[in-house]
Design a protein around this ligand. Structure first.
Ligand code: ADP
Ligand code: MG
Length: 233
């Protein structure tokens, strides 16, 4: 069995490599897509159909690359205090139509003055990946609760769903590249999410029960604005 350090190291190497390749591969894909689109205008219907398949496959490649690229964009990173309740609201707005289509209700709840330090885009991406998985795990209708509370000098975020749940073996595979049980999954979402949360100095864990649902638990260091710290000293 590989230990956690070996696993983290492996993921690190894979994602560094992937990010550098991703940059290089994206341009030729874009060029190829452009020319296919241009040429297909002059084709008959059945050939156009093949071109459309080619385009949608290129789009899928682009989609996979985007998942990877989100891993390593240090140049665009901006570390700032982030207000948890505000971030929750923002994310729920982004996901509301996706949730509605799938008959999922999402509720969020946060203690009022919770702040963390991090890059807003990365933080949102991590939470969105988790909540999206929760939405996708719900078959007919269900509910997701996103909660944040303070525990000592940590912020604990729970994403609780009433979805399919997982076996212990499945939980153990979370975060491994290309592990997916979905027809159109990339198996990259959680790998990215583990990395993003690590980069915030945090930790991600899962509790799950088959047929009942899953809880993702994030712990991240609490950020205290200066005036808050002075209250204690
Ligand atoms: P993808 O969503 O593309 O499949 P992820 O890395 O996001 O890739 O997730 C990997 C796999 O982990 C999913 O295919 C699914 O089997 C499982 N999974 C993740 N989150 C949940 C969840 N909340 N409930 C049930 N299964 C989950
Ligand atoms: Mg996913």
């Amino acid at each position: 069995m590989e230990n956690e350090i070996q696993r983290a190291e492996k993921l690190h190497v894979i994602s560094e490599l992937a990010a550098s390749i991703a940059h290089e591969v994206r341009n030729p894909l874009t060029v190829a897509r452009g020319f296919i689109q241009l040429t297909s205008r002059s084709l008959d219907e059945s050939n156009q159909k093949y071109m459309n398949i080619a385009i949608s496959e290129l789009d899928r490649a682009e989609y996979i690359i985007s998942d990877y690229l989100n891993l390593a964009k240090p140049q665009s990173e901006k570390i700032e205090p982030l207000h948890i309740a505000e971030m929750f609201e923002n994310i729920l707005d982004i996901l509301s139509s996706f949730a509605m289509i799938r008959n999922v209700e999402i509720y969020s709840e946060s203690e009022p003055d919770l702040w963390i330090l991090g890059d807003k885009v990365k933080c949102k991406q991590a939470l969105i990946n988790l909540i999206k998985n929760s939405i996708e795990s719900i078959e007919k209708r269900g509910r997701i609760d996103v909660q944040a509370k303070r525990k000592g000098n940590q912020v604990i975020i729970h994403v609780i769903d009433t979805g399919s749940g997982m076996t212990k073996e499945q939980v153990a595979r979370l975060g491994y590249p290309f592990y997916t049980t979905k027809e159109k999954g990339t198996g990259l979402g959680l790998m990215v999410t583990f990395r993003l949360i690590e980069s915030l100095g945090g930790k991600l864990e899962f509790e799950s029960e088959l047929g009942k649902g899953t809880t993702a638990i994030i712990s991240i260091p609490l950020f205290m604005p200066a005036q808050e710290i002075s209250k204690f000293s």
